[in-house]
Design a protein around this ligand. Structure first.
Ligand code: FE
Ligand code: FE
Ligand code: ZN
Length: 274
């Protein structure tokens, strides 16, 4: 199985693979640029090529890169929206240095314009970016439904997927977000996955963020907790890692940890495999 965590990209790709190996991870996530700004690092093709070889040699699963939080494809001001769309295109182009991996992002917040308008803006930007056909699959993250966030309902993700009309769009399911969003994966994981299959299709599910939640069910808050210390609990993660529809997907920790904590949680996830 493929377990990993979010890593700092500051030392480059090779350094991330080395860090991942040192904590027992065989996949990982990283921000493609400053998560709270928009600046990206200078590209280093030799570093990327070395990382690609190391990933192959060590049989890593697909990586799950993460777009910047500030990239809101459905923000209100047209110039800001256009800038976000440029950032998206640039991220996909950069991801071509690590071909065949995933690029996940938060669909966006419609900031009062309404869900429908938001979905239209996001879909248009994605369609535009995907015309380049870079070797990367784009994943929409399931959101907690905080504020005017889009992606808190499976129907919203499905509407974007349909409007874009590309095989290159999938979904990354965040366990904290869906639980916060009102999908009860603690009491009924099978029911939630059946609902996902009915609305979106399980063939679109490509990766998971495995996070516990600091808040109770359907709180729409989005505060991650360490595995087993939140409202999801280890039994839920045991069901997740062993679920036939999920077990082959990269599972990424975004829990409040430094590296030793992540190493421990990767061990926990492996110990839950039956
Ligand atoms: Fe995220
Ligand atoms: Fe997440
Ligand atoms: Zn979150």
């Amino acid at each position: 199985m493929f377990f990993g965590c979010h890593l700092s990209a500051s030392g480059g790709y090779t350094a991330m693979v080395e860090t991942a190996l040192s904590i027992g991870a065989n996949t990982f996530a990283f921000f493609t640029r400053n998560p709270r700004g928009s600046r990206a690092k200078k590209e280093d093709p030799a570093d990327a090529a070395r990382a690609v070889q190391m990933l192959r040699d060590n049989r890593f699963g697909k990586l799950v890169a993460h777009g910047a939080y500030t990239m809101n494809l459905c923000t209100a001001a047209p110039e800001a929206r256009a800038f976000a769309a440029e950032v998206l295109e640039d991220d996909l182009r950069r991801m071509a240095a690590l071909p065949g991996n995933f690029y996940n992002f938060h669909p966006g917040s419609h900031v009062g314009q309404g869900t429908e308008a938001g979905i239209e803006y996001i879909s248009a930007a994605l369609k535009q970016a995907l015309r380049h056909d870079y070797p990367v699959k784009v994943l929409l993250e399931t959101m907690a439904g905080k504020g005017s966030e889009i992606g808190g309902r499976f129907e919203e993700l499905k509407a974007i997927i349909d409007a874009v009309g590309s095989e290159n769009v999938g979904v990354c399911l965040d366990t904290c977000h869906v639980y916060d969003g009102g999908y009860d994966i603690v009491k009924d994981l099978d029911g939630v996955l059946a609902e996902f299959d009915r609305v979106v299709g399980l063939d679109r599910l490509c990766a998971l963020h495995v996070n516990d939640s600091k808040n109770p069910f359907a709180s729409h808050k989005d505060r991650h907790e360490c595995l087993g210390r939140g409202s999801l609990g280890l039994e839920t993660f045991a069901r997740i890692v062993n679920h036939p529809a999920l077990k082959d997907k990269p599972m990424i920790l975004e829990t409040p940890n430094a590296l030793p904590g992540y190493q421990k949680e990767i061990e926990i996830l492996r110990s839950l495999e039956s």
